[in-house]
Design a protein around this ligand. Structure first.
Ligand code: ADP
Length: 447
């Protein structure tokens, strides 16, 4: 029945999908009404589960004449798996590659990360320009900006965009030879090629591409040999009108120990920067990630995370995952209190220098008030709100207890403090302007 199912699938799937994803699957055994199929890697398993499970179940059920379920198991590393996997599907991170003593010449290219597509990228303030440039290049390789140089801080989505370009081009022009490779990997492969006296092969490989996507180019800073080789690769591709996209954590001029001729080439095309996301973008990203991961976040927690002092999306994702894990392992729902408690360590560490006094000073400055006003009991509307914001910040950003905070706000009792903080919790959910205002003060405090 398995063989039959495979034949049926060959008819319904595209040739590429079939060869890539179905052919490498091996029938293993049947147990408790489930068909066990073995696959080469965990990545493979996840991909199949996400994209092809339904067609597989349908095809098998049809040929078996009854409804079957499928369980994927990962087979032991075998030569066959190695051969069967197209090069761009073998998951080999740098760490793993570092240990490979004698990589075959075929292992040059790193696979694209299947989660990094344009569909899963949230465009917002900070990344809009880079996003638009990446889309333009993906839709018209070598005809818009060449090279495209994307730079920005760590964890802000550079690799994501680079991979997304790769996915789009592979999808629309499968005949194009697309290579995604970190600068570190480039160097690693080059050194290996040198050692094994197969530089020619290495060069042929890199100079016969249609699209070269190089991640983290700052890595070649100070590495003279790698710069030299990359310079020639760049020229060869550029002269043949091939698309080059480069990412870096720095602007070309700021990369230390980079040859001038490379630096100027990086500036030939378009330079697009990615800046840290603003509050709304962080909220949108969290909602998207929550959808993708299935980790459901109440609205106030979304805000709490978005407004927390991370400016880096990788960290934001880390917090989401941590909450998801904690919630499922401890069987507790995710709530604001639970989030505050669970992330206390991560957030607390960065805030050790923030005191009640500092908060009072910064809030007073931002609101155009005197510190004494914050501590008073005056009931003017703008004053009450500023006081509540300050109290709210003290609760979230300092270790001070409720009575402590109350005492330093002119001797208020702790229920007033709790009320004030809850009031702001509520308001920032409904009032984006206020949320942004509070976020600004927070950023100021964290500077
Ligand atoms: P960088 O290469 O800039 O260090 P990455 O591209 O690896 O950062 O991004 C870090 C994480 O944040 C990834 O999981 C990525 O999916 C996510 N991410 C970054 N920006 C966005 C965005 N705008 N929308 C969705 N996810 C994003």
């Amino acid at each position: 029945a398995w063989q039959q199912a495979v034949e049926n699938l060959e008819r319904v799937l595209s040739e590429r999908d079939f060869t890539t994803w179905i052919k490498p699957i091996r029938f293993s055994h049947i147990e408790n009404d489930s068909v066990y199929l073995s696959v080469p890697t965990l990545f493979f398993k996840e991909w199949l589960e996400e994209h092809h499970l339904k067609s597989l179940v349908d095809a098998l059920s049809k040929t078996a004449g009854e409804n079957v379920s499928i369980t994927f198991i990962i087979r032991e590393h075998d030569a066959e798996a190695e051969q069967l996997q197209p090069e761009d599907l073998i998951i080999k991170g740098h760490e793993e590659n570092e240990q490979i003593k004698d990589p075959s010449p075929e292992s040059t290219f790193t696979p694209l990360n299947y989660k990094y597509t344009f569909e899963l990228f949230v465009s917002g303030t900070g990344n809009q320009f880079a996003h638009a440039a990446a889309m333009a290049v993906a839709n018209n390789p070598a005809d818009t900006y060449n090279p495209l140089f994307i730079y920005g801080g760590v964890g802000l989505g550079k690799s994501h965009l680079l991979n997304a370009i790769g996915h789009t081009i592979r999808g629309t022009s499968p005949e194009l030879n697309v290579c995604y490779c970190s600068a570190e990997k480039f160097m690693y492969e080059m050194v290996n090629a040198l050692r094994q006296k197969r530089m020619e092969q290495f060069r042929n490989r890199f100079r016969n591409l249609d699209v070269l996507l190089i991640d983290d180019i700052q890595f070649i800073s100070g590495k003279v040999g790698t710069q030299e080789e990359f310079f020639h690769t760049f020229n060869a591709l550029y002269d043949m009108h091939k698309q080059i996209v480069i990412t870096s954590d720095k602007f070309p001029r700021e990369i230390l120990d980079l040859e001038e001729r490379l630096r100027s080439r990086f500036e030939w095309g378009l330079i697009a920067d990615i800046q840290p996301p603003d509050l709304e973008t962080k909220i949108a990203i969290l909602n998207k990630k929550s959808q993708i991961t299935g980790i459901k976040l109440p609205e106030d927690v979304v805000y709490f995370l978005a407004a927390s002092d991370t400016r880096n999306i990788r960290e934001l994702e880390g917090m989401l995952i941590r909450l998801g894990a904690y919630s499922s392992l401890q069987s507790v729902p995710i709530s604001l209190d639970m989030a505050r408690e669970t992330l206390k360590d991560i957030l607390g560490d960065r805030r050790k220098d923030i005191t009640v006094e500092l908060i009072q000073k910064v809030v007073a400055e931002h609101c155009g008030l005197k510190i004494a006003d914050l501590k008073s009991s005056k009931r003017l509307k703008n004053l009450v709100q500023a006081r509540q914001i300050a109290i709210w910040l003290c609760r979230d950003m300092t270790k001070a207890s409720y009575p402590d905070i109350g005492a330093r706000f002119g001797g208020k009792d702790h229920s007033t403090v709790i009320y004030a903080a809850k009031k702001i919790d509520q308001m920032i959910k409904d009032d984006l302007k206020l949320a942004r205002f509070v976020d600004e003060i927070k950023n100021e405090l964290l500077k």
